[in-house]
Design a protein around this ligand. Sequence first.
Ligand code: MN
Ligand code: MN
Length: 290
Amino acid sequence: MFGHRVFADAVSTYEDARFVIFGVPFDATSSFRYGSREAPDAIRKASYNFETYNDFYGVDLTDVRIHDPGNLDVDFCSDDMLCMVHDAVAKILHDSKIPIVLGGEHTLTYGCARAFVEMFDDAGIIVLDAHLDLRDEYLGAKHSHACVSRNIIDDLTDRCVLIGVRSGSAEEYRYAKKKEILWHSSDEVHDNGIESVMEKAFDALSDCKKIYLSIDLDVIDPGYAPGVGNPEPFGLDPRDVRAVIRMAAPYTDGFDVSEINPGYDHGESAMLGARLVREFIAAKSASQIQ
Ligand code: MN
Ligand code: MN
């Protein structure tokens, strides 16, 4: 038997699991660098670097029920991929479990978010990203990584906050202004602190009881995470992203990390991605809000 390598400590059955981690090896709309299809397995491999015990929360991940069924069998069609991701996330949510999705391109988040807002009337979405991702279409594709926040906000919900932004076209910034899209720049995080930015985000989402948290890893400074599809300088410190996870985890019932491109570094970015997933699981497990 040639079983796949599961995410570290993901040894539960689906039935028993509280968290279900699956991969989406999709990078067909990448504009600058292909390779994020390799990320789910690179993140799994990196996950074995870490201790099972999280001292901040006093949680041992060997005591948490986690299942990893492997990767979705996606090809090059965005629409097919989004259907598969939607159906997989919808089933996990329907079974009262928490989906954790390993990208692949950020494009996949639309499928996750659609399942999430269908499931929960009071859903809010937090996207960490260097880029606005507010293009109407990109290189002829409506479902491209460069359009994911636009598609979420136009089609699904305007209860969506973008954090860590430092890149977009003039048209995207105009669109954000016109539609009063809630976004916070990387400089604002640097100048005022992540706590202040998260306070504003929570205010904006105050009528949301359930949060979906999407992390495009390029939100982090390329000095820490060079292995991403579109590296953008002047980014967040990894501690800021960890702080977002810690603050949001009690309300968060869906999570993804995308855009890691393992061919462009020495494993640092996959290592960070794996560590952030483990932080989310520990934070959520320790939360009193279930
Ligand atoms: Mn993105
Ligand atoms: Mn990005």
